[in-house]
Every structure is written in structure tokens, then in C-alpha cells.
Design a protein around this ligand. Structure first.
Ligand code: PFF
Length: 456
């Protein structure tokens, strides 16, 4: 963004200075813990190849199109999410409020996991991760997350970093660094990929990951795959609406949405190729849950020359990738509070940080002493995650598609995505059809399954 007030500063609205600036900010939002931490463990819990296929299908049919929907609503609105929806139709402003509400819940557990990555960065830097034998990585991780205070300290640190970046309005500066750091994360993943698939026994993991077992494809797998698409592409929270509201009128939204979706998906798929071969090589269980990556990645490092150096660089990059996502989750609220409630950026950031820290406390404790607490049959972490990923985000996505397809209408929507006809695109018409008819049907069915009305 072009001035150091950052997004939503009081000096009038900023704009992204260059095309690359926006792509990196949007890709920075999309690429994060969702790709490297959540995608592998959801795939592991949902049976492998069939889940991956379902995931790819939903990215193609729903994900890319909804990204373009959010981009077009945001750029057209040039305001916080609530006002951007209201500009098209007043009765859809609630999507923006739901996004603000969900942003609080989502960041509260996102930053607990973000805290785990900071802890692993420190442990790699001091060499103490390297001293843990590979077969003890599970115990090491379990010992850490079940402690009451230590994970909370790192959760606090992660929130504090996010607040600091957003309060100072320096996300523009962060974008500059991510331009260099994200390709580095990609290179690190490729190095890990080579090491993982050459471990003895790794091919069993590759086969498990690639071979779809369709008997595993149930209604809840489809709900999980859909939730993962929303989480990973940063959809349904109005984060992309907010970012696109800082976008100039001559950007090509269509190609931007393709690039962001493809980059995000590629990283997730590669992360799977790193994690599953490793799990099989070390005799672990793919269905190991949220700790999967924190156990299997350190195991690879024990089998690499200069393992601690690689571990340190990798976890540091992961922290940065997580931060470029968390700032976008927070920006939804900050833009709302500064523009609608007229709070200062600092006040809004501190308030947000404090509430999210407190909300994260029960989430963090649910991995230890509150592990037995169940609400609606789910642990606290699972409950937060299920509500955000499988209910709130897809519901907003569904509402956005209806808003654009049925209320904004073809002429206006196409005028926005083609920059008033200056971009010739053969896919724009297909996009509108998908948004108007296919997405409401597909998401409608998945949503009914997610809330338990359908039960396939
Ligand atoms: N897409 C981010 C990730 O994969 O880590 C998480 C996220 C960011 C979700 C922004 C939602 C959002 F609005």
C-alpha cells in the first residue's frame, strides 16, 4: 500500500502501488498454516487421495470463482466489508458483520498454532529440537501443547506480533519482505520434498496420498474438503473483499484470482508430498490430528545434514507465512472498527488483540488440562474450527454468490471484473453462470450437510 498509515489509515484510503503488491498480499493471506499445517492433517484424518481429489474439485468449481467474487465486491465497494456489501444491496451487510465476528474466533485458534510455530523456531535455533530422537517427536510435541502456560506465552507472542504489525500500519512493509520470503518458503518445501520422498519406506506414503479410496468419501469428508478450501483460500471472512478494496480500477481481477488460487493449491499439495511419505517412513499414523506437521517435519530434519539450520529457516518462514495470513484476518476487523466505529487504528488493534488472546486461552488449554471439555460433542479447538471453517465461511461464500449472481446482476458484475469491458475474457461469462447457479447449489447442499440437516 502506498502510505505508511497502512490499510484503512485516516489519510484517505490507500491503494496497492503495484500489481505484484496486491498478488503478494492476497497470496500472503492465502498461504499460511492452512496449507502446511491444516491441509495435511485434514487429508490424514479424511482418508487421503479421495479427500485430495474432492479438495481440488472444490477449488476449481467454487474456490477460484468465489475469490473473483470477493475481489470484485471489494474493489467495487472501496470500503470496509460491511459497506462494500451494502453498496450492492443493503440487506447483505450482515455478511460483513459475520466476517468481523468470525475473524475473532478464527484468529484465536490460528494464533495458538502460530504460537507453536514460534516455539519450534526457538527450539531449532537453540539446537534443542535437534537433540530429540526422531521416535520421540510425538512425545516432545504432546508434552509442549499439554502444558498450561508455555503454549499460552507463545500464543500471546503471536498475537502481539500481529497487533504490532497491523497497529503500525506497516503491512505494506511486510509485503515487501514477503516478495522475497515466499519464494524462499517454496524452495525450502522443495528441498524437504526431495528428502522426504527419498526416505526408506516413503513410497507407501506417496501411494496413500495419491490413490483415492472412494469408500472414504462421505458427506463429512466433502464438508471437510469444502471447509479446507475456504480456510486455505481465505474465503468467506471478507478478508479478500477488504484487501481488494485497496485495489486500483485497472487491475486484472480475473488473472489475479487464478494466480492466487493456483499458488495456494500448489503449496498445499506439495506439503502433502512432504508430510505423508515422512509419516509412513517413520511408522506414524496419517490420522494423527493437528500435531501431524509438528511431529513429522522435525523427523525429516533429523535425517538431513545441517538439520537444525534447515529446521530454523523453515519454521521461521512458516511463522512469517502465518503472520501474513493473520494480519489479513485482523485487517477485516480493523478496517471495520476504524471506518464504521471511528476508533483509531491503535485502539482497534489493541482491543482486537486482547479479545483474541482471551478467546485463545480455552483453545490452548483444550490440548491439555481442558482436553475432556466437550461442547456439542466437540473439544473446544474442534468446535471453534468447525464453526469457522465448515459453517461460517461457507455460509458467507454462499451469500456472496447469491448477492453477485441474483442481486448485482450480470451486467454490473461483468463490468467490474472486465474493467468495463476493457479486458477481453472468455471465462467471464462462465464465471457468472457458475456464481449464479452452480455455487449456490453446491454450497447449499454442503452447508445443509455441515449443519446436520442432510446426513449422507
Ligand atoms: N488462508 C490462511 C491460511 O491458509 O493459513 C488462513 C486465513 C486467512 C483464513 C485469512 C481466512 C482469512 F480470511
Amino acid at each position: 500500500m502506498s502510505n505508511n498509515k497502512g490499510a484503512g489509515g485516516q489519510m484517505g484510503r490507500d491503494q496497492f502501488r503495484s500489481r505484484l503488491g496486491f498478488i503478494f498480499a492476497a497470496a500472503g493471506s492465502a498461504i499460511g498454516l492452512g496449507n502446511i499445517w491444516r491441509f495435511p492433517y485434514m487429508t490424514g484424518a479424511s482418508g487421503g487421495g479421495a479427500f485430495v481429489l474432492m479438495y481440488l474439485a472444490i477449488v476449481l468449481v467454487v474456490g477460484v470463482s468465489l475469490l473473483l467474487v470477493e475481489f470484485s465486491i471489494g474493489r467495487h465497494g472501496k470500503a470496509n466489508a460491511v459497506d462494500s456489501y451494502a453498496k450492492i444491496n443493503k440487506s447483505f451487510a450482515w455478511i460483513g458483520y459475520l466476517g468481523v465476528f468470525t475473524s475473532f474466533l478464527l484468529i484465536s485458534y490460528y494464533s495458538v498454532v502460530g504460537g507453536w510455530t514460534i516455539f519450534y523456531t526457538f527450539k531449532s535455533a537453540t539446537g534443542s529440537l535437534a537433540s530429540v530422537p526422531a521416535d520421540q517427536m510425538g512425545n516432545f510435541f504432546g508434552g509442549f501443547i499439554s502444558k498450561p502456560l508455555m503454549p499460552l506465552f507463545y500464543h500471546f507472542l503471536f498475537i502481539a506480533l500481529t497487533v504490532w504489525i497491523v497497529a503500525n500500519g506497516i503491512s505494506g512493509g511486510i509485503e515487501k519482505y514477503t516478495k522475497a520470503l515466499m519464494p524462499l518458503l517454496f524452495v525450502m518445501l522443495l528441498i524437504l520434498l526431495v528428502r522426504a520422498i527419498t526416505l526408506p519406506g516413503a513410497m507407501k506414503g506417496v501411494a496413500w496420498y495419491l490413490k483415492p479410496d472412494f469408500s472414504k468419501l462421505t458427506g463429512s469428508t466433502v464438508v471437510a474438503a469444502c471447509g479446507q478450501v475456504f480456510f486455505s483460500l481465505s474465503l468467506g471472512l471478507s478478508g479478500m473483499v477488504t484487501y481488494a478494496s485497496y485495489l486500483s480500477k485497472d487491475e486484472n481481477l480475473i488473472s489475479n484470482s487464478f494466480i492466487v488460487a493456483m499458488a495456494d493449491t500448489l503449496i498445499a499439495i506439495i506439503a502433502g508430498f512432504v508430510i505423508f511419505p515422512t509419516i509412513f517412513a517413520f511408522g506414524g499414523e496419517p490420522s494423527g490430528g493437528p500435531g501431524l506437521v509438528f511431529i513429522s517435519l522435525p523427523q525429516i530434519f533429523t535425517k538431513m545434514p545441517l538439520g537444525s539450520v534447515f529446521a530454523f529457516i523453515f519454521f521461521l518462514l512458516l511463522v512469517i507465512a502465518a503472520l501474513t495470513s493473520s494480519i489479513s484476518i485482523m485487517e477485516v476487523c480493523i478496517t471495520f472498527f476504524t471506518e464504521k466505529v471511528k476508533w483509531s487504528r491503535l485502539k482497534a488493534s489493541l482491543f482486537y488483540g486482547a479479545v483474541c488472546f482471551l478467546l485463545g486461552v480455552p483453545v490452548s488449554l483444550s490440548f491439555g488440562m481442558w482436553g475432556d471439555v466437550k461442547i456439542l460433542g466437540k473439544g473446544i479447538f474442534d468446535l471453534f474450527d468447525y464453526f469457522c471453517s465448515n459453517i461460517s465461511l461457507p455460509l458467507s461464500g454462499l451469500a456472496c454468490a447469491i448477492l453477485v449472481g441474483w442481486f448485482w446482476g450480470k451486467d454490473k458484475a461483468l463490468a467490474e471484473v472486465t474493467n468495463n469491458g476493457t479486458i477481453q475474457s472468455s471465462v467471464a461469462g462462465l464465471w457468472f453462470f457458475t456464481v449464479k447457479y452452480i455455487i449456490p447449489i453446491v454450497l447449499g447442499i454442503i452447508f445443509l450437510q455441515a449443519i446436520g440437516i442432510l446426513n449422507v
